[in-house]
Ligand binder design. Structure first.
Ligand SMILES: O=C(O)[C@@H](O)[C@H](O)[C@H](O)CO
Ligand SMILES: [Mg+2]
Length: 403
């Protein structure tokens, strides 16, 4: 059995912050886990270094489930994004080690491939409708079969999903939170024209998605869902905040537009009612924020019983280590739906060399033993951690709102 001899946190910021856990064993094999919690990175780093690493030394690295239960039950204070991201990093690193010891890619340990490749969706952004459509056309030319459309809202200076950099949306770049201004009525008027134009230009063979980013009330979301029905969106995401899971009942009663939620969830318990009552179609939880591969499998199995498929979060606030883990998970899962794909910068890819590939709108985790992703520690050390926040949002009268 591989015995854990050391574990440490590696901070790096090749354009944005990433937290990585590296677990070493006496057999010279090591594993990696992503522990990045966008905007709160150091909290997870400390949780790992100060409270988790000392408990790992000397343990059998093969006992993934037991270590998961030890960290979850042993914390006493259960769940929450910091705790669950820390547990996820350990869990992911242990799957990586198990794969390397077995000489098999992680998806083989999860039951083997359930499909040839993983359908991914890209981001199309633009300050105006026309810019967004052009961005979507570039995605289609790259081979994407599914595209998320986010467009600037006429009358609002800036909004979620719209970037100053062409085709690349990266919100967490401010030393203190940037303040955006929001108007629901202006937004609601702007969405349908984007979908209408996208169908005219891109046709019907491509899946179109949209992220509402928790900004509507249930009745407003119901209206948007109905208005978008003629354009057959693949989903609308985070239509309303989900702390109160019953919120989704109202949306569901009014529209057949598929609903996705859960990138900010960290546990199966965050989605219990949503799944049991079949209030959603896609669950967005992913490896790093939802307790690792071990917990995400549990969530996906539960979802499968209620016709809910997965649609893992895959923005650039998750490192290539999480992306690799998500792809192994996606490939193996019977009730996989879609995977978000927001390519990392060349700087990030150089710090995290990886075996996963993109071809014609599909991704594959590759066949290297373990996760097939590494970290170049020398290069990583060149990019120092830099404090960064996500933006906040206020209504036009100054009221604090959901971002
Ligand atoms: O669906 C998404 O990719 C987004 O909601 C981002 O992950 C979020 O804004 C944090 O950067
Ligand atoms: Mg989202």
């Amino acid at each position: 059995m591989p015995k854990i001899t050391g574990a440490r946190v590696i901070l790096t910021s090749p354009g944005r912050n990433f937290v990585t856990l590296k677990i070493e064993t006496d057999e010279g094999i090591y594993g990696l886990g992503d522990a990045t919690l966008n905007g709160r990175e150091l909290a997870v780093a400390s949780y790992l270094t100060d409270h988790v690493v000392p408990c790992l030394i000397g343990r059998d690295a093969h006992r993934i489930e037991d270590i998961w239960q030890f960290l979850y039950k042993g914390a006493y204070w259960r769940r929450g994004p910091v705790t669950m991201s820390a547990i996820a990093a350990v869990d992911t690193a242990l799957w990586d080690i198990k794969g390397k010891v077995a000489g098999l890619p992680v998806y083989q340990l999860l039951g083997g491939a359930s499909r040839d490749g993983v359908l991914v969706y890209s981001h199309a952004n633009g300050a105006t409708l026309e810019e967004t459509i052009e961005s979507a056309q570039r995605s289609a030319e790259k081979g994407y079969k599914a595209i998320r459309l986010q467009s600037g809202v006429p009358g609002l200076a800036s909004t979620y999903g719209v970037s100053k950099h062409r085709d690349f949306y990266e919100p967490a770049d401010a030393d203190l939170p940037t303040e955006n201004v929001w108007s629901t009525s202006k937004y609601l008027r702007s969405v349908v024209p984007v979908f209408e134009r996208a169908r005219e230009v891109l046709g019907w063979d491509v899946h179109l998605l949209h992220d509402v980013h928790h900004r509507l009330t249930p009745i407003e979301a119901a209206r948007l869902g109905k208005d978008l029905e003629p354009y057959r969106p693949f989903w609308i995401e985070d239509a309303t905040p989900a702390e109160n899971q019953a919120n989704f009942r109202l949306i569901r009663q009014h529209t057949t537009t598929p609903l996705a939620v859960g990138e900010i969830f960290n546990s199966v318990w965050d989605a219990k009612q949503l799944i049991e009552e079949q209030l959603i179609d896609y669950i967005r939880a992913t490896v790093v924020h939802a307790g690792g591969i071990t917990h995400l499998r549990r969530l996906a199995s539960f979802a499968a019983m209620h016709n809910v498929r997965t649609g893992c979060h895959g923005a650039t606030d998750l490192s290539p280590v999480c992306m690799a883990a998500a792809l192994h998970f996606d490939l193996s899962l019977p009730n996989f739906g879609i995977q978000e794909h927001m390519p990392h910068t060349a700087e990030t890819d150089a710090v995290f060399p990886h075996a996963y590939t993109f071809d014609q709108g599909m991704m594959h985790p590759g066949d290297l033993p373990g996760l097939g992703v590494d970290i170049d520690e020398e290069l990583a050390a060149k990019y120092e951690y830099k404090r960064a926040f996500l933006p906040v949002n206020r209504l036009e009268d100054g009221t604090m709102f959901d971002w």
